[in-house]
Design a protein around this ligand. Sequence first.
Ligand SMILES: Nc1ncnc2c1ncn2[C@@H]1O[C@H](COP(=O)(O)OP(=O)(O)OP(=O)(O)O)[C@@H](O)[C@H]1O
Length: 647
Amino acid sequence: MSDREVARHLERIQAIIADGALAHDVESYISDSWRRCVAEHRLNPSDCREPEVLESALLRERRQRHERLLSLASDEMGSLYQQVAGSGHVVILTDADGCVLDYVGDMALERQTGSAGLLPGALWNERVQGTNGMGTCLMTGKPVTVHHDEHFLVRNTVLTCSAAPIYDPEGDLMAVLDVSSTASVAQQHALSLVGMSAQLIENRVFHCAYRDQYLLHFHSRPEFLNTLGEGVLSFDPAGRVLGATRSALFQLGVDARVTLVGQDIAEVFDMRLADLIDEAARLHHGQPIPLRGVVDGRRFFASLKCPARSGSHTGHNVRAAKIRDAGASELDLEQLNFGDPRMAQAIRQAKKLIDRDVSLLLSGPTGVGKGLFAKALHGYSDRADKPFVTVNCAAIPETLIESELFGYKAGAFTGANRQGSRGKIVLANGGTLFLDEIGDMPLPLQARLLRVLEEREVVPLGADTAIRVDLNIISATHRDLKTLVQCGEFREDLYYRLRGQALILPPLRQRTDKRQLIEYILKLEQAEDRVRLEPEAMHLLLAYAWPGNIRELRNTLRTLIALCEDERISAADLADEFHQETGADDPQCADTGVSEAQNPLASAERAVLLRELESMRWNVAKVARNFRVSRNTLYRKMRRYGIKPPR
Ligand SMILES: Nc1ncnc2c1ncn2[C@@H]1O[C@H](COP(=O)(O)OP(=O)(O)OP(=O)(O)O)[C@@H](O)[C@H]1O
């Protein structure tokens, strides 16, 4: 800001604070916040002190405290970032004090925003940073957007922030999800996207908190079960309500959680718990249970999820009552197929082999749903009520993979946890170990993994006795493992050990059930089933090459829904790449991401990446560390931009 602009900024704030009549110039949450900044926080708009940042030990301690939230939010943050990426944004998660716990950054923007204080450990509550997206969202408990000169402190006016609250299962504000960018970048739909992502994270936290309890998913219309709009109630084996999601309160027309918590489920719906359980077992899998609200007799449709341990207690088959999680994170195997013959074959084979001690290798390009498939397969298997443990071989730094997988004994090395660690293989004992991005497993560890698979025992680091394990192994890769074997980058013996049977998931552009999938995901991404695709828009979506597959499809539809103003998505609403010759059937075109190359921001990112990779002599792990992204993400970007290491 120039001196003149600064002076004008100060004058405007003073005028609006002094004269309530002028306050219509800005939203009331902005003028209220400015008042707090002056009267309560005693801040000066031109204060240019460095932002407060916690020391690394304190930040580590906070991150540990919020470990579960961080792991539940990480996918959603990545996904949100992909939707706003390319236009210079960072996605940030803060705790209830406004401390930045995690962020996914736009490489080109990182330096600029870093200087604005958008760093892990930085405090963004209003007391320290004045009016800003995260701090003002924490104060109001509501989603807010704060545009550049709506920030109180001059030094923050370079930013535009959209932030939404995340509430814990007790209804207390636990975190804020925020998208920030430099002010010149338009962010019209960011608030809707942030709001939806925050809601998804909140739902995940709820499910995680009550995973050992009964969960009743319900909506007044059956097709909205398993979408963001469904309500979820958790209750104990006596039928007493323990918790309710925000959508549940909305669906039931209840203002506060306390009204519901402690009530018997039969006081909320016209059915006792025992009858609900019988009904879930009696109905055909996937068929919703019809219910009525006790207070107003409104009709609802529901599905019941029983705690894993309840199988013997209630005497009914838990698998029959298993339902899908909102956001498709726990789809049933059959729900992954909408008629495509290759998907149908993969599902058929997987079902036959999963309980036969055959290792399955899922292959297919990024975003086709390998992770979802593995999880659904575990849910189908005899081990469904045992752990499903994912190891992302590309996302764990090489130095940590060994302890992460095999665990370590107490005091095995300096810096190790005092109690030792069990390692993911032991954690998966009895259940399924999912080795994602197995093609990125470092060679020395491949030998150790092979030994575990052959001998079915693990020796944790620093220990001398082995622990016996019994598990199903599913691995996945987007890389051609056979070629890696030929280049000496992957052990042949491990390849054959993991590939008991290879299951190939087709790229989206080749699926024959694309239309059904698009329609399904359009519903999945809406709280209300209002938004429709016009035929021409559907035609363009069907013709597009989808280099990012279902992940890209979900992100695209989510963005279109958020932007949609009249409940119809027309061809004109689609971005330029959908109107170009897509070469949908030309795999070459899809794999190199031709449309990316025409986007100036994408080509700038490509150039930055290439320069960094060259200067680091193509050490992908190092470059990923420098950019604070996972190797997985970096590989994805390289593939998207057609960047290949020199031979
Ligand atoms: N059938 C489906 N219905 C709804 N969403 C789906 C479906 N299949 C995949 N998705 C969504 O697409 C995204 C990508 O899925 P997933 O992570 O399983 O793909 P992947 O092939 O493992 O990708 P990568 O190789 O990049 O890890 C996720 O958000 C997932 O929820």
